[in-house]
Ligand binder design. Sequence first.
Ligand code: KG4
Ligand code: ZN
Length: 374
Amino acid sequence: MNILAIETSCDETGIALLAVTGGSADGARAPRAVVKENLVASQIKLHREFGGVVPNLAKREHIKNLPILYSRLERRLRARGEKLRFDMIAVTVGPGLEPALWTGIVFAKDLAARTGVPLVGANHLEGHLYSFLLPAPGRKKAAAGKAGTAAAKTKTANADFPAIALIVSGGHTVLLTMDSLTARRALGETRDDAAGEAFDKVARLLELPYPGGPEIERIARDGDPHAVEFPRPMLHEKNFEFSFSGLKTAVLYYVRDHGLPPADGGGKRGNTDDVSRADLAASFQEAALDVLVKKTMRAVRENGARSVILCGGVAANKALRTRLGREARKAGCAFHVPSFRYNLDNAAMIGLAGYMAHLRGVRYPLRADGSLDI
Ligand code: KG4
Ligand code: ZN
């Protein structure tokens, strides 16, 4: 089945074309996906000026970018002698920023009306959850070389169940236990800020640009992760909930009481004994990762999990990938994480989520639902 997928939940406009086959409604068998095109127009530069995403600006940009990406998709296919053909349209209906979500939904409805192709709603968080099933970019080149097509081929990847999944993004931090791709239960989520939100807010305190996650990670590489022992909120509580706002506040108080270290003050490789910005970033990241990794691994032990899935924008963090991957393997689990291009918001993952919803007969209403649950 060829799926045209549309993603506009936040500040990335995404349009993708995928061929998806197989899989089962009970989620025991994973579908096989070939990503033909995955186009993303990022608005990061625009929102950077405001230190975060401005919903109405995002809406305006999505409205501008959607037809541009759609034409680009047609052009790219034409350049390979292919026509844009699809059997289903999938669009993100939530969760996310409602004015932004609506732009994708309106565009998708119009496209469905013009083409007569059925339209399904997709859950953004299911998109992140299934993103590890998308083929790695390395495979794309191999397939292109061999078969003379730009399509990415993949073996049918799947997790061993039961699995524990950690979804960490700018809007969500959720821990799930899964008996199959579709039979799952939330163990806990954040009570306040999402992990990515905490990275973004701490980055702002350290005068780093938006989005803060990659910036914190970049400067943390030069810092001492134990320069300041920030709190590890809820680490020892016997539940699977998270809280990141206290950690952010601890960084805020540190900066208020000690002043913001100079931007070029070095780190452990620098020339000063004082705590540097790099040290603060590294110490914050260490505290956040401690909580994420330790709570996930406790969930693994308590649920007898056989694999661990890490996904969402914060899963782009190499320190988190490395540490959780190491701990998962130490516990005898397989570790699944999407390839870098599918961590951040994209439409390819929405195509997969739409396909799974179609397979299961789940019909999300075609209207924006900012707080849609997984
Ligand atoms: O999944 P995503 O693209 O959008 C949402 O659905 O929210 O996630 C974006 C979030 C932002 O908060 C961003 O700062 C964070 O992911 N992020 C990272 C990294 N790259 C992106 N956080 C930590 N380390 C990174 N390398
Ligand atoms: Zn996302």
